[in-house]
Write a new protein. Sequence first.
Lengths: 267, 270
Amino acid sequence: MSLLEVNNLKVHFHDAAPDRFAVDGVSFSMEEGDVLGLVGESGTGKTVTSMCIGGLLPREKADTEGSITLDGVEIFDCTQKELNRILGKELSIVFQEPMTSFNPVYRIGRQIQESLYVHEKELSADRKKELALDAMRKAGLPEPEKTWRKYPHELSGGMLQRAMIAAAIVTKPKLLLADEITTALDVSMQARILELLRKLNRETKMAILFISHDLHVVNRLCTKVIVMQRGKIVESGNTQEVFANPQHPYTKKLIAAIPSRRSTLRN
Amino acid sequence: MKNPTKKKKNRYLLTGGILSGFMTALIVCGFFWTPYSTTAMNAREKLQPPSWRHLLGTDNFGRDVFSRVMQGAGTSFLIAVMVVVIGCAAGILIGSLCGYYGGIADLILMRICDTITAFPAILLSLVIISIAGSSESNIVLALGILFIPSFARVVRTQYAGIRDLNYIKAARLEGVRTPRILYAHILPNTLPILIPALTIGFNNAILAEASMSFLGIGIQPPKASLGSMLKDSQNYLASAPWYVLGTGFMMVVLILAFSLLSEGIQQSTT
């Protein structure tokens, strides 16, 4: 049984044209320890797919079809209560905009602990703090004890992004869903976050579904890649094979769009 | 962070703090001790002008105005606090649910709030009092209900804005249950707006209680409240102006103190 299995997923927003599907028959699966890249330009349904996996798509706004099973549990059949038990425990989601992803009135440490408050209530306060500090260290936050007492506005975007990752991994989830997490960061910070994700994947066998429009980043991080266009998967396979030998014209175009050291500003 | 204008002293907060501290001290003192009995009548000393013996003079029954003002302000203060507590608690409950969930219930509840606001407050409280009878708890209840919409509206607007912010989404993604999101994650973020609303509501509650007592449907004699004292004193406007002036002055200072405090809080949080 795969860790995550998405089968013929279709999403239709109520306010879209009747034949226009945001996600149109997407199927893929992930095993434990996989790092899967989901790429495509804006509006191809990458984020909608990830929202479905997290059970976040508001039911009054969109119809869904198909099935998503996480560790054997069908997400679409879950009640909110069951979802709450999975979210943050089995599946953690980190998204872009780290600057606004922390509550401004609480200290960082408390917010990294939040998942433990929700999912591991029986732990003692000291143990929770210990686990959270450990997650912060793993996420590469310097001086965790000091950062613990800081408020979100006192940290930089890169620090906050790492704090987000710390908050996501504190419960040791099986799957980390990273939605465009490097987009808002500068290149050197991007590289450090990627290195961090690779390390976490190696050390904890945590699977990562990495959503990005940046093929360059996907190429460096992921072992497998899925290319989406207009809600459909147009190409999938091992990253190296896809990049070395793209089959679909759209993939070719996307790969050609990666700036290389030799490319110039000419058309 | 280093904003030069922030270094400027917050005069509102300072004067408001001092004034309301002074008033609170006076009121708390009034609960336990007043210079003279507030109910004992003294025919020989009636309508005395202010003197060292009677700081604000005496009223038509020879009772010390200062003592009665101390106690009356306390009555008004307590009622106002309870009104604000009721209005605020119910307002937070309604406003948070409306703002967070939205939808048809939000629409209906907000229209009900509009309806309550559209009525003149005095008229509505008059109706409630004449149905339920005039007692302190009924006044608190009537005014409390009337104060719900103003709080509900403020809270609702805040919740509707904050619920879509990323950190609330992030909390939801961590599997945090809705009540915890509502009151542990969102509520503290509404405080910069809620605290001024509280103090403004408090001032309005003092005025509302005073107007009700002035109309004779509020606090009943011999118990003193600022409103009922104003009502009694109007007959002696010409012969004993200190009576109405002392009472009015006390009310003005009380409201001013908390208005300044709220203004000061507002300035220090923005």
